[in-house]
Structure formats: C-alpha cells, structure tokens
Design a protein around this ligand. Structure first.
Ligand SMILES: Nc1ncnc2c1ncn2[C@@H]1O[C@H](COP(=O)(O)OP(=O)(O)OP(=O)(O)O)[C@@H](O)[C@H]1O
Length: 756
C-alpha cells in the first residue's frame, strides 16, 4: 500500500487578504471528492499547475473532518497489530501544529488528542468484548529533534545533555536509546502529560509564525494487548514536523537561523529520501538526518499518512510549489502493510536452584515494534517480578477502574518453542585476544540461564556442547577495538586524545568483578552509547563532513538540471547548496546569472550572505586571471572539481568527446611528468607530491594546489586506515584513493615547484 498523502489548505488568518489567495482545491469531475490542488505558475499567471492527492481539504474543513476521514479508520488496524504513522509536513505557518495538536476547545482539538481519545475508547471496547480476557495498556513516549539532536519531552529540560539521546537500529527499526515511556490510563492522564510535555518543546516567534515550532515533535502511542500468554504490540506515531523556512522572509536572528538551517537541512534530506525512493534508488539517504532516520519513510511497515499543510497565499508561492512537488512524489512510496507479530509471555520464573541466587534476566527476544529498548526492558522486568509474586495481571482498564491500572509486560517475552537449550551454559574463560568465538575454558563465570534449561532437569551429566559465548574481557576488548577502529578512521587524533579511552585495566577489573551477566550487557550498552556520543562529538568537531557531501550532491544535481535545460531546478539546487559553501563567489555568480536569466529580481536574497555583485566581479576577475577561484577557496574548488569529474560521466558521448578534444588541445606535459613512471624512478615533482601525501600531515597536504582543509583531512583519514609506513607508492595509487580523481592529483602535482 502506498503512503496516503492528503493536502489541507488552511483558512486565511487575521490580516491576510482574499485577494492574495492563489491556491485552491478542486475535483477531477463534478460530484467527485476534492483531490486536486491548483496553483498558478509563478512565471505565467494564466497557466495553472494541478497536483493530485488522495484527498484535498479546503479552508472549510474542520478538525473533526480531517480526523474522521483520515485517522479514525486506522484505529482498528492499530488494534489488529499494524503500526500507524501520521505526519504533518509543510512550510512554516501553514497549520501543521494546528492539525496535529490543535486548540484546547473541543472542536479545535487536533489529530493527537482525538487519536488518544479513540484509542482509549477502543481499548475499553476490546476489553468489554472479550469480557476481560484481553487487557490493553497504552504507553506514551514523546520527543523532539532540535538542531538534529533528540530530546525527551517527557523529561524536564534540565535533564537534557548537550548531545541529546542517541539513536540505534534494532530489528530494522530506529530506536531512541534512553527515552522514557509513561503509561497512560485515560484521556485526562494523557492530557496532563501532553500539555506538560509541550511546554518543554522549543517554539519561538518568527516573522511568519508567532508560535513557530523549532523542532520536529514525535509522539509514540504504544498499544499493548494481552490475552493470556499472547502479547500483541503496535504503535501509532503522530509527528509534527517543523516547517521549512525561507529566511529571506523570517528575519531570523542568529539563533533562529541556526535552528532554521537544521530544520531546512532535515527537510531537504527528507525530500531527497522521497526522491530516491520514488526513483527506486538502492541508496536512500535516511542516515543523513535524525528525522529521516526516525521517520524511516518507506521502510516502516503498517500505514502511513502524510498531511501536507498549505497556506493559500501568494507570499508562499514558491514554497508551496516546492512542498506540493515533494508531497506528490511521496504518494509513490510503498509501505508494507505487515502486522506486528504476536509474542508469548514466559511462564513465571522459578528459582530452580541451578544457579542459586544468581539467576539472571533472560535474554530478551527481539521486540518487533519496540521503540525504546530500555523502557521495554524495564517494564518487562517489573512485570516479570510482579508476575512471579502475583497471578498474571489483568492489565489496563481505561474507564471502569476501581482497580488501579497495572503495568503488564510489553512485547518482551519469548514465543513458545520446543524445549531445547538455546545456549549452553558452560563456563568460559577470558581469552587473551578479542575473538568473536570464545573458547571453552575452566574458570566459571555465571551466565544467563535460558528459561528452557530452568525447566529441565539438571544436565550436568550431558556431554558438553561447543560454547559460543563472550566473556566480559572479550566484550570489553571488542568494544575497545571497535572504538579504536572508528576513531582511527575518522582520524580525529586531537579530539580522541582530549577524551581518552577509559582505563582498560580498570574497566577489565570491574568487568571481572562483575558476576552478573546482565551487568555485562549493560556495560556493553553503556560503552556503545558512549562510543556513539563520542563519534557524534567528533563529527561535530570536524565541522560535519556530511555537509560537504550534501553540498556536492546539490551541485551535481544543479549541473544535471542545467544539462536537462531545467534552469529553474538548477537555480533551486544551487541555492540549496549555498548554505554548504557560504559566500562562495563562483556559486553566487552562478545563482545570480541564473536569476537574471529567469527574470527573478530578488537581489536581497543573496545580500545577507555576500554582496552578489562583488562576488560576481570576483568570479570574473578570477576567471580573467584563468585561475578559477582556487586562491579564494581551495575547498570549494575541490568541490567544483569533484562535481566536474562526476559530471563527465554523465555527459552525452558527443559532449564528452568535445571535452576530451579540448583537453587534448591543451599544452601537454612532457611524457615523463605525466605518467606513472612505468619503468624508472618517479620524477622529482611526483616524488615530492608522494612525500607530502605520505607525511600524513594535514597542514602540508593542505598546501597542495586544490586541497582544502576537508580534502586534506579526508586523505589523512584514508591513509590512517593503512598501516604505519604503508605509504602511497605511485600517482596511480594516489588517484585510486577515494576522493582523489585524476584531475585533482594532476593539479596538485603541477602546483609543486621543484628545485633542480
Ligand atoms: N485550519 C486552521 N484553522 C484555523 N487556524 C489555523 C488553521 N491552520 C493554521 N491555523 C493558524 O495558523 C497559525 C499557524 O499555524 P501553526 O502554528 O499550526 O503552523 P505550523 O505549520 O505548525 O508552523 P511552524 O512550522 O512554524 O510551527 C496559527 O495561528 C494557527 O492557529
């Protein structure tokens, strides 16, 4: 089933005028529902663009209309085990928060409170229909992504850490590690939590919206239904995305601009993901933003509804067109409608005496729809403890409830399976070097005892089975090794030194002292989190390489658009690339030329970044000198070179031939200088280049023609992956390294002055 995309055009607000309305809803035929959005072409008012959606709601649509038609029908599916995702998308000030949250009055309530109300009602009905055999628990988590960091909205802001909560992939889903989850008994309970949490959400006044959301907010409603041993879990996610902003219109100050850049970037990545999915690309750039990682559009199973919010005004013209474009492509995204599987609770644990007081927590079965592993684990433990004492609990009752609601185990138990030990419990000894397979050993180390073993007679007399287990030391060593590998690959030596790895000896001791297998897994978890945070810090410290590749991609797309003759798209891509190469004269020149060509006379657009005329003049001056912009911004030049290299591949054969001929007609270097010294030793110039490269010294490499800080650092990173003393031996080898095209290497070499 495809993503369902519906558009909602908001009514005019106070001070907005009828005569400025340019967006309207329409239908394909008389009597058919509204499914079209019509908007004039920005170039030619008499021409009208038409975008088709699954449904369109005009200014008169109420909150109830939207909910009843778009969300209510899926509550049943939610209770059948399907995940449901509803997200609001659109430019700032178009009504996303109004649609999702709404106002306090009953009629103004948005999708989220109505969703909760319906969930509680359905839970009550389910329990009633099954005469109490099925119990239902509703749990909430609520978080925001602000400046690409995840913060728990159910926790007070004082508890926030600068890096936010880490994300992790688990069973094909992205989970937020350490996120809190609260059980909600009824609507009142929910409203109290929700209002309080919304106060923690970051909003601010901008010129376009007095209460503009500065973050993406994600509410997860986990519904857990338990019938006997069977537990079914499903999640409804309601997402209020922050709106894209055209900072020419917001008058944003510095802080707002930073927020805005993060918002725009994540929304840009979302549009890239949508494009890539609809093109059928293999690589979808989900990981380039936390929002897209979490949203996982097209990767999530269940039902997805996208609500495109639109303002009807002329002042939003280009922004509206852009979001209409993105959303109409989103319709093509297929989502698998797969129910979450039912899992079975374990029988209450008994102490078999096998391991005395050291019985450990059972290894948890992977939870299909869990969004928060910590919470799931904590709840499972709590429930299991309680279950051991009491009878199996009758969990959640929404309305009736003289009895207080009881927490029940979420989807953490194991399915019934033939009794056979999953893991042998033979002791193992720490190995001298890290290895994935532990070897059998004599020293005893308590480990988790699988449930199945607890129920069977002791098996001391059975022959030993091969052990596949890890000791604390091994785990420690593996984590350390992984940390070292990743850090080395990022070659952030300075930052790594500033945050030294924990004392291995001390860590090893503490691990050895630990007799709890659960503690081991917690330790691993903790270390992984620390690792993730460290990597994130380093990426930030290095100025976010992602930005550069993003910028590159945009430039490349601009080129392609230009080749297709789509100058508007080219302009859009160049403009989107500008934040990644701020003030770059050549880029500014291109933008200005295209604008002039397209008759877009908005010179103030570029003014805040750099006076465009000045930039253009600089570009021209540089061009006259025949230097491009090398002297001004080697980084960017490298970028352009990369783009040009990449472009070559995309050129038509005739263009490629022309380009080749041009290259041939240029003065050629002496043969010996040009080739890879097939027979003799390298020329002095080549040798000098190789020496500089092999020095792995960022400063020296930066001094090469066409090398900026990032390119130099990238090269050092790549070299760091080789062993010490394993240098680059030839130009050919150098060209073969990632990011080192033939042209880059040649320019660097030609730029060297050799004293003979
Ligand atoms: N359907 C509607 N009916 C009445 N008022 C609306 C409607 N949609 C939006 N509004 C009003 O428009 C203004 C902007 O809406 P809202 O804050 O929801 O926009 P937004 O898209 O969430 O903006 P941002 O991305 O900046 O957070 C608010 O005052 C809101 O009350």
């Amino acid at each position: 089933m495809s993503v369902r995309v519906v558009a909602r055009i908001r009514p005019l607000l106070e001070k907005e005028l009828d005569r400025d309305v340019i967006v309207r809803a329409d239908r394909v035929a008389e009597g058919a529902p509204l499914t079209l959005v019509k908007i004039p072409s920005p170039k030619n008012e008499t021409e009208e663009f038409s975008f088709a959606f699954n449904r369109v709601y005009d200014q008169s649509a109420s909150q109830e209309d939207i909910f009843t038609a778009e969300v209510a029908p899926h509550i049943k599916s939610l209770f059948q085990g399907l995940d449901v995702t509803i997200f609001a998308y659109g430019v700032t000030g178009t009504g996303k928060t109004h649609t999702m949250r709404g106002g306090l009055k009953l009629a103004d309530r948005g999708v989220i409170p109505r969703l909760l109300s319906n969930v509680f009602r359905r839970a009550k009905k389910t329990m009633k229909d099954t005469e109490g055999a099925t119990s239902v628990a509703v749990a909430l988590s609520y978080y925001e992504i602000y400046n690409d960091k995840v913060y728990d909205l159910l926790e007070p802001p004082e508890k926030r850490t600068p890096t936010g909560l880490p994300l992790r992939e688990k069973d094909g889903k992205t989970i937020v590690v350490g996120l809190s989850e609260r059980l909600c008994q009824d609507l009142k309970d929910f409203e109290r939590l929700y209002i309080e949490a919304n106060n923690n959400r970051i909003t601010a006044a901008t010129k376009l919206n007095a209460h503009s959301s500065r973050s993406h907010a994600i509410l997860r409603v986990k519904v857990t239904q338990t019938t006997g041993d069977a537990v079914r879990e499903s999640t409804a996610s309601a997402i209020d995305l922050a709106g894209s902003e055209d900072n020419r219109r917001t008058d944003n100050g510095k802080e707002r601009l930073i927020e805005s850049a993060a918002i725009n970037k994540s929304l840009f990545v979302l549009s890239q993901c949508i494009d890539a999915i609809s093109r059928g690309d293999k690589r979808i750039p989900y990981r380039e933003s936390k929002m897209t990682r979490i949203l996982s559009l097209g990767q999530n199973n269940g039902i997805t509804i996208m609500i495109l919010n639109l303002a009807p005004l002329r002042s939003y013209h280009l922004d509206t067109l852009s979001s209409l474009n993105v959303s109409s492509r989103a319709k093509r995204i297929e989502v698998r409608e797969i129910e979450n599987e039912i899992v079975y609770k374990q029988p209450p644990r008994t102490n078999s005496g096998l391991s005395g007081g050291e019985i450990q927590r059972q290894p948890l079965r992977p939870i299909n729809s869990v969004h928060n592993s910590h919470v799931g684990t904590a709840l499972a433990l709590k429930a299991a403890e309680k279950a051991a004492k009491d009878k199996p609990v009758k969990a959640f009752s929404v309305y009736a409830d003289k009895k207080p609601a009881t927490v029940m185990a979420p989807n953490t138990s194991q399915p019934r399976q033939p009794l056979q030990p999953k893991r042998p419990s033979e002791p193992v000894e720490p190995q001298p070097r890290p290895s994935k397979l532990a070897r059998p050993a004599q020293r005893s180390l308590p480990r988790p005892v699988p449930q199945t073993q607890q129920q069977q007679p002791p098996q001391h007399s059975q022959p030993q089975q091969p052990t596949i287990a890890l000791t604390p030391d091994q785990i420690e060593a593996m984590v350390e090794k992984k940390v070292a590998e990743i850090l080395a690959s990022r070659a952030a030596a300075a930052a790594a030194a500033a945050a030294p790895a924990p004392d291995a000896q001390q860590a090893a001791e503490s691990a050895t002292n630990s007799t709890q297998a659960a503690a081991i897994s917690e330790e691993v978890q903790r270390r992984l989190e620390a690792l993730e945070q460290r990597i994130e810090r380093e990426v930030q410290a290095r100025g976010g390489n992602d930005g550069r590749s993003e910028g590159l991609r945009l430039l490349l797309q601009a080129r392609h658009a230009k080749e297709r003759g789509d100058e508007e798209a080219a302009l859009r891509f160049y403009e989107s690339a500008l934040p990644f190469f701020p003030g770059q004269p050549k880029l500014l020149g291109k933008i200005e030329r295209l604008r002039a060509k397209l008759g877009i006379n908005d010179s103030c657009d570029l003014a805040p970044r750099s006076p465009a005329k000045e930039a253009k003049a600089t570009g021209r001056r540089a061009a006259r000198r025949g230097e491009g912009d090398d002297d001004n911004d080697p980084d960017y030049n490298g970028t352009e070179a990369d783009v040009e290299d990449a472009d070559d591949a995309a050129l038509s054969p005739s263009k490629r031939k022309k380009k080749l001929n041009r290259a041939r007609s240029q003065p050629r270097l002496p043969q010996a200088e040009e080739q890879d010294e097939p027979t003799g030793p390298p020329s002095p110039r080549t040798q000098m280049l190789l020496d500089i490269v092999n020095s792995r010294d960022v400063a020296r490499i930066r001094s090469l023609h066409g090398f900026g800080a990032k390119r130099a650092q990238d090269l050092v990173d790549i070299l760091a992956l080789r062993g010490d003393g394993e240098g680059v031996g030839s130009l050919k080898e150098l060209r073969g390294l990632p990011g080192m095209g033939g042209r880059t290497v040649e320019r660097a070499r030609e730029g060297l002055v050799v004293d003979c």
